[in-house]
Design a binder for this molecule. Structure first.
Ligand code: AMP
Length: 363
């Protein structure tokens, strides 16, 4: 990725590491495969002027909220943070270790998904629970997808030719993971994910908001231990848990064919999304722009339509033609006279991370 132009020299994903269905047994093999692919695409890492390797790290805890140059000490701190994010941080740390081993002369920089939300107002960051316990165990609302929320809100402001500090925005990041944020003048006032990325919107396989009483109830009555319940809420819930499918393209086809589970999953997803839009209109008081992003937000016109249908009195008027046009890139989908502007902005976390790395190295 070239940070100024935003031009990727090459791109790809090595997934399912260590799975029987995957191509790589471990992170080292995965990275070697990626290097091989880069070479095939004509990218010679030695001569390409590689400045830095940016690592997306999900949880920065209370400690890390700026792009951070990785050394042995920082990696050790990140390993300790794995307690807070046992599902997400260990693979990132594994990736960092392998990348530092294979590219020892390059700067390695961690960019944290929690960073943008570090300064959430206390009223939004605090869970109403035993205060002493929460402080001892660092239980607070951290928020995730911060790199995307920040990037998308900046892109929205640039598209509208307005300075970000003069705009109140709601950003809806709807991908396999999904989150919403309320941003006033460039500063987040609230976001839907919490201590972990499980809270908030209904997601591909995650439940989002759920009564915490469900956890103790299942523990007591369904003979499930905490790992089994956590795994169910993360991997077998959300749209997939209700419909057995998480890809919205297939979900729509199932609904078309009369599948009532798919219809219910879609309705539950949209209902939760509308609740958060309503909540964040109230948190902001005045909203200038609502932006949809990520796989579903960028591509699924039906979700966008249903998320704001009937909210004209709240100032949201879509232009159906623009919403359904299927064009790509940053675009407005609200009517000219809509008091609140509605946009679609493709997210680009890789570019945001590359720019964070370049800025850190430039001092
Ligand atoms: P992401 O996590 O941002 O890559 O989003 C992935 C999800 O976006 C997929 O699981 C699909 O549910 C959804 N998605 C991708 N493309 C489309 C599309 N053309 N129409 C509807 N949903 C889509």
């Amino acid at each position: 990725m070239e940070p100024d132009s935003g031009e990727p020299l090459s791109g790809g994903v090595v997934g399912e590491i260590g799975e029987p269905s995957g191509r790589a047994a471990d992170h080292e093999e995965a990275l070697r495969l990626a290097f091989h692919q880069l070479a095939e695409d004509g990218v010679d890492l030695k001569s390409s002027g590689l400045l830095a390797v940016g690592h997306r790290v999900v949880h920065g805890g209370q400690t890390f909220y700026r792009p951070t140059l990785l050394d042995d000490g920082v990696v050790a701190e990140l390993e300790k943070l794995s307690e807070l994010a046992p599902l997400h941080n260990p693979p990132a740390v594994q990736g960092i270790k392998v990348a530092r081993k294979l590219l020892p002369d390059t700067a390695h920089i961690a960019v944290f998904d929690t960073a943008f939300f570090h300064h959430l107002p206390a009223a939004a960051a605090t869970y109403a629970m035993d205060r002493e316990l929460a402080q001892r165990y660092r239980v607070r609302r951290y928020g995730f997808h911060g790199t995307s929320h920040r990037y998308v809100s900046e892109q929205a402001a640039a598209f509208l030719k307005r300075p970000p500090d003069g705009l109140n925005q709601i950003v809806l990041h709807l991908g396999n993971g999904a989150s919403a944020s309320a941003i006033a003048g460039g500063r987040p006032l609230d976001t839907s994910m919490g201590l972990t990325p499980l809270e908030g919107l209904v997601m591909g396989t995650r439940s989002g908001d759920i009564d915490p009483g469900v956890v103790s109830y299942l523990w007591r009555t369904a003979n499930m231990d905490v790992e089994a319940i956590e795994s169910m809420l993360n991997n077998r819930s959300g749209v997939w848990g209700l419909a057995g499918e998480r890809d919205f393209r297939k979900l729509h086809a199932m609904i078309e064919s009369g599948d009532s589970s798919a219809k219910l999953a879609y309705d539950v997803f949209v209902h939760r999304l509308r609740k958060y839009i309503g909540a964040y209109l109230a948190v902001l008081g005045h909203t200038d722009v609502i932006t949809f992003t990520a796989g579903i937000g960028e591509n699924d016109a039906a979700v966008r339509r249903d998320a704001v249908a009937g909210l004209e009195e709240l100032g949201i008027v879509l232009d159906d033609g623009l919403n359904e046009s299927g064009s790509k890139g940053v675009r407005r989908i609200s009517a000219d006279d809509s008091p609140i502007t509605v946009l679609v902005v493709p997210t680009n976390e890789e570019l945001a991370i590359a720019r964070d790395c370049a800025a850190l190295l430039a001092g």
